[in-house]
Design a binder for this molecule. Structure first.
Ligand SMILES: NC(=O)c1ccc[n+]([C@@H]2O[C@H](COP(=O)([O-])OP(=O)(O)OC[C@H]3O[C@@H](n4cnc5c(N)ncnc54)[C@H](O)[C@@H]3O)[C@@H](O)[C@H]2O)c1
Length: 261
């Protein structure tokens, strides 16, 4: 028996990185998983690997910034598994840049995925939960960047503060429908995202060596190392399970102690 047997879960941004790690671990715990991502090919590969390992997963192409696309991915869970129990709003993008260099295009592109995409997911999942009539869970991937502003990621930090805020207002508004809304806040997870951020950091003259941005950003992690998606997965399983039924509106740090508030 897994902790999430026959729990129907949609994970966005599941083609790689944290989302792929979450999809794998949730399936290991018995969940039926829709692995959704803009990268439809990548997400089909992740779903195929889960099935080969004995789990249940379907890969679905999704643009979280398009409401209809999001609704279709969530409805796919209902069509495949009979209902929807949990949504992980995990897809996200970032960019390394100095504060004065943030353009309107950068702001809109990042906010569309990280902010608007999370809002669409919460709204569309809540409608399905409401029709089902017995509650549901929404888990948003925020970041420590949603609790503190960092100089090299201004638009990203603002977008993750939006995720924390949506988590709070969503929890308050949807509680009457027995829907809980929580977020987790990773610190440094060594995914492919960091390769992009590191390259951009060298492009804007902030760092010189490959890997330098990650090294410098990781100084002071209390547990003494960066994290992998597996380090996030235990909290994700907890937040998807009934063990977390009395928790809502929270943004929980899973950062090895980078923040202590
Ligand atoms: N890696 C870290 O250190 C870290 C730390 C804190 C928070 N986060 C957050 O965790 C989440 C996952 O990060 P990651 O490191 O795995 O990143 P990643 O870049 O490795 O993966 C992100 C995934 O999201 C998908 N995606 C992008 N735009 C999309 C869209 N419009 N619709 C659907 N899917 C889309 C990408 O195709 C990709 O597969 C993000 O929200 C990120 O902000 C990451």
């Amino acid at each position: 028996m897994g902790k999430l047997d026959r729990t129907s879960i949609v994970v966005t941004g599941a083609a790689r990185g944290i989302g792929a790690g979450l999809a794998r671990r949730l399936a290991e715990e018995g969940a039926d998983v829709i692995a959704a991502d803009l990268n439809a090919e990548g997400v089909e590969r992740v779903a195929g690997e889960i099935r080969e390992a004995g789990g249940t997963a379907v890969g679905v192409g999704l643009d979280v910034g398009d409401r209809e696309s999001f609704r279709a991915a969530l409805e796919r869970a209902v069509a495949e598994f009979g209902r929807l129990d949990v949504l992980f709003n995990n897809a996200g993008i970032s960019k390394t840049q100095h504060f004065l260099e943030v353009t309107e295009e950068d702001w809109n592109r990042i906010m569309r995925v990280n902010g608007l995409g999370v809002l669409f997911g919460m709204q569309e999942a809540a409608k399905i939960f409401s029709n089902q009539g017995d509650g549901g869970k929404i888990v948003n991937t925020a970041s420590i960047a949603g609790k503190e502003g960092f100089p090299l990621f201004p638009a990203y930090c603002a977008s993750k503060a939006a995720v924390v805020s949506l988590t709070q207002s969503g929890a308050r508004d949807l509680a009457a429908e027995k829907i809980t809304v929580n977020a987790f806040c990773p610190g440094v997870v060594t995914t492919e995202l960091w390769e992009q951020l590191d390259e951009e950091s060298r492009d804007v003259g902030e760092t010189e060596r490959q890997g330098q941005l990650l090294e410098e950003f990781s100084e002071g992690i209390l547990v003494g190392r960066t994290s992998a998606p597996e380090d996030i997965a235990g909290l994700a399983v907890f937040l998807a399970s009934e063990d977390s039924d009395y928790i809502t509106g929270q943004a929980i740090n899973v950062d090895g102690g980078m923040l202590v508030h």
